[in-house]
Design a protein around this ligand. Structure first.
Ligand SMILES: C=C(OP(=O)(O)O)C(=O)O
Ligand SMILES: [Mg+2]
Length: 573
């Protein structure tokens, strides 16, 4: 029976395909005693064999579709299965304790996991704990005869359905087959949604119940423009959705004609439309959409894509590639922003009640300056290959900015003393994403070369509404006059000191926000590459003089987010 769900539109595009449930099955079991230990060991061996075969298959597929590096994590898993110390211990436990293989597996892996996790001074071994957990889940699933979802094995067109997707789940999706994804939870600015936009995979998040409403293989239509999801659509609904998809494709083709055009308003003013990237691979989208700069390179994805802390040379190569490709256009690299919803298996962070208010981003970098210095050295060396901007995430105080800048200057001086070639036009800026910093923007402006406004966090922190929580998503209000006042204050403060202000939060590519930002004189708009042409086309139709009047009313007269949505409609009719 046809059923309609409404979620949060998270990535543009429309798709129809069958559902692929990326949901963990129930793997609960009870301990039991066994009589025939040999038969039980036999059962264990067969589960181990099946797991190894499955991993080999996944490894080959992952190498083919995602690259050799992404596939290597599965080698580590297979090595564990081939390790007699691990498998032998499970076998002995079955025989000695006369318990079922499920329980023996759990006992042995728990022992290994706690042993590795206790090695807090050895990130490599700590990471093995995560591998053992993954492997033992796979073996357990085979013992229980339940199928684990294997996204790397998807080889036909599907729509992925999940409770939530982590950024690393999202990175594994193969665009060739995954036509869209839909989740129970999450918001438009959660990192999986941001990645969906850079992969140009349509997505609807925060439907609350999709994993309960749909079964594996059922047909779905997903509209990432409106947030509508239809389960078992009728023929007419499929036709309507195909028509909508065709209209959207036509619209995109029209935007594509602006690929090499400058971003100019109706009254001839030029602004920079830049793109956000997570990895050098995203440059394809940046070039295909004709972005004029990279306004945010989220360098933490480099750390997340790696099995251990990336070396200075690894980082240098990645930054150099991006700078060279974009040169002479600017690339703003943000130093590592780990914490919140982004984790590194090899850098375990303490359990925190409020990770988004906790040990995150520059707070980690200043604490672990060994990691920070390595990153800055790699950036400095790469700066010779293009036009580099560096910015620090989550700056709350001037002291933090100055401390980070001091470390930067120290590393720079060392490299210069060693005769290493360094760009002479590196700009040093900061993310404006913490209200305390936004309020003091006039003072910060004296210390920085530029600001980049991170609305994803700035809205979350100002409204005290978690950016990824669909229950409070109604409070996630980019056009609320409180947010607009902060944004205007930041832009004015930068301009007063002769500095530039950009925005790299998702609001920079939002068609309702752009007219207001033009009126405020924001210099640079950095967004998912897939939004660049849409925004360039919109800018062409707007005059800055009119938009100034709009911005003035939006900031000084409106009382709510909704007031401002109406105001923008009026001014852009
Ligand atoms: C761009 C931002 O950073 P991130 O989304 O990576 O937190 C932001 O907070 O707006
Ligand atoms: Mg942020």
């Amino acid at each position: 029976m046809t059923k309609q769900l409404k979620g949060i539109a998270a990535s543009d595009g429309i798709a129809t395909a069958k559902a692929y449930m990326l949901v963990q099955p129930d793997l609960s079991f009870n301990q039991s005693s066994i009589k025939d230990a040999d038969a039980e060991v036999q059962r264990l061996h067969s589960a181990l064999k099946q797991s190894t075969e499955e991993l080999q298959l996944i490894r080959d597929k992952a190498a083919e579709s995602l690259g050799e590096e992404e596939a290597q994590v599965f080698d580590a898993h297979m090595m564990i299965l081939a390790d007699p110390e691990f498998t032998g211990a499970i076998e002995s436990k079955v025989k000695d304790d006369k318990i079922n293989a499920e329980q023996a597996l759990k006992d042995v892996s728990d022992t290994f996991i706690s042993m590795f996790e206790a090695m807090t001074d050895n990130p490599y071994m700590q990471e093995r704990a995560a591998d053992i957990r993954d492997v033992s889940t796979r073996v357990l699933a085979h013992l229980l005869g339940r199928a684990l979802p294997n996204p790397a094995l998807i080889d036909s067109e599907v729509i992925v359905v999940a409770h939530d997707l982590t950024p690393s789940d999202t990175a594994q999706l193969n665009k060739k087959y995954v036509k869209a994804f839909v989740t129970d939870i999450g918001g438009r600015t959660a990192h999986s949604a941001i990645m969906a936009r850079s992969l140009e995979i349509p997505a609807v998040v925060g439907t609350k119940s999709i994993t309960e409403d749909v079964k594996d293989g059922q047909m779905l239509t997903v509209d990432g423009l409106t947030g509508d999801v239809t389960i078992d659509p009728t023929d007419d609904q499929v036709k309507a959705s195909q028509k909508e998809a065709a209209d959207y494709a036509a619209q995109k083709a029209e935007w594509a004609t602006l690929k090499t055009a400058k971003s100019i308003t109706a009254d001839g003013k030029h602004f920079t439309i830049a793109a956000n990237i997570g990895t050098p691979k995203d440059l394809d989208g940046v070039l295909a959409n004709g972005a004029e700069a990279v306004g945010l390179y989220r360098s933490e994805f480099l750390y997340m894509d790696s099995a251990e802390l990336p070396t200075e040379d690894d980082q240098f190569e990645a930054y150099k590639q991006v700078l060279e490709t974009m040169s002479p256009k600017q690339v703003v690299v943000r130093t590592m922003d780990i914490g919140g919803d982004k984790h590194l298996p090899y850098l375990p962070l303490p359990e925190e009640q409020n990770p988004f208010l906790g040990y995150r981003a520059i707070r980690i970098s200043l604490d672990r300056d060994d990691i920070f210095r390595t990153q800055l050295r790699a950036l400095l060396r790469a700066s010779a290959y293009g036009k580099l901007g560096i910015m620090f995430p989550m700056i709350a105080t001037i002291a933090e900015f100055e401390a980070a800048k001091k470390i930067f200057e120290e590393e720079k001086a060392k490299l210069v003393a060693d005769g290493v070639k360094i760009g002479d036009d590196i700009e040093l800026g900061m993310m404006m994403e913490i209200p305390a910093a936004a309020v003091l923007a006039d003072q910060f402006a004296k210390h920085v070369d530029f600001f980049s406004i991170g609305t994803n966090d700035l809205i979350g922190y100002t409204m005290a509404a978690d950016r990824g929580n669909e229950r409070v998503s109604y409070l996630y209000q980019p056009y609320n006059p409180s947010i607009l006042r902060l944004v205007k204050h930041i832009i004015d403060a930068a301009h007063k000191e002769g500095k530039w202000a950009g925005m790299c939060g998702e609001a920079a590519g939002d068609p309702v926000m752009v007219p207001i930002l033009l009126g405020m004189g924001l210099d640079e708009y950095s967004m998912s590459a897939s939004s660049v042409l849409k925004v360039r086309s919109l800018m062409k139709k707007l005059s800055t003089e009119d938009m100034k009047k709009l911005a003035d009313k939006a900031v000084n007269e409106s009382e709510s987010n909704d007031d401002n949505i109406k105001l923008v409609e009026e001014f852009t009719k």
